[in-house]
Design a protein around this ligand. Structure first.
Ligand code: ATP
Length: 233
């Protein structure tokens, strides 16, 4: 459903990612892992049209999207949750969720809200609470829930484990798996390679802006090269 063909991108004269090849299939959970500064966020920006690739092409459901505007990409069902989450802290959990429904023009909000509450029951319990008063893990669920309100076919998550303990990271990752199990494909970007590879159907390892390894998630977690370079084992 998503296909990157030799995508290069960067900032001004600085090229950060070089000829990336990456695919995500229907309903797949694909991880993109790599060290700080490897170019993971830049890759996501090039996909969601926040950055225009300097070379290569990005196709989503057969259509080229690398010349579209970000909101046009969102409307086609590809939703990007950036690393800072972008929640409105003083607004309630439910108000934040409703903000995500701009693409559906309100017609299906009730139904979509019910679906998000079913996936993340804690968000129903905390519906009237200000988002900023939630724990980090719960705030991440609000960010994911808000993205789901736009009815994505593919959700891109940038480091949802940032600032979370390993235990809360597992909670968020369980939520990510629940999203995948509900039929939404996920492209998950993480520095935290070990936990991420364990849950991914497939994964890519990015080094200095290039994908150096690719394979089944749990298999990569056991790959000696990955264990040495990323897991310090
Ligand atoms: P991190 O986990 O730190 O976000 P990352 O793998 O996502 O790492 P990127 O954020 O894509 O890496 O950054 C890759 C490189 O691009 C870094 O050298 C960074 O300094 C540079 N970079 C990122 N954003 C910008 C920007 N807006 N302008 C200029 N350079 C940038």
């Amino acid at each position: 459903m998503l296909e990157l063909d030799a995508v290069s991108a960067g900032y001004g004269r600085l090229q950060v990612v070089h000829e990336i090849e990456l695919t995500v299939g229907e309903g797949e959970l694909v991880a993109l892992v790599g060290a700080n500064g490897a170019g993971k966020s830049t890759t996501l920006r090039a996909i969601s049209a926040l950055l225009r690739p300097t070379a290569g092409s990005v196709r989503f459901r057969g259509e080229r999207i690398d010349r579209l505007r970000p909101h046009q990409v969102t409307r086609r069902g590809l939703v990007h949750v950036p690393e800072d989450r972008g929640l409105f802290g003083g607004m309630t959990v439910e108000e934040n969720l409703r903000m995500g429904a701009w693409t559906t023009k309100g017609a299906t909000v009730k139904q979509d809200l019910a679906r998000v509450h079913e996936l993340f029951p804690i968000l129903a319990e905390r519906a009237g609470q200000a988002a900023e008063t939630l724990s980090g893990g719960q705030q991440q669920m609000v960010a994911i829930g808000r993205a789901l309100m736009a009815r994505p076919a593919l959700l891109m998550l940038d480091e949802p484990s940032t600032g979370l303990s390993p235990k809360l990271t597992w909670e968020v990752f369980d939520a990510v798996k629940a999203v995948r199990d509900s039929g939404v494909a996920v492209l998950l970007v993480e520095q935290n390679a070990h936990q991420t590879l364990t849950i991914a159907d497939r994964a890519y390892v990015l080094e200095s802006g290039t994908t150096v390894l690719h394979g089944n998630g749990p298999e990569l977690a056991g790959d000696p090269r990955v264990r040495k370079a990323y897991l310090g084992l």
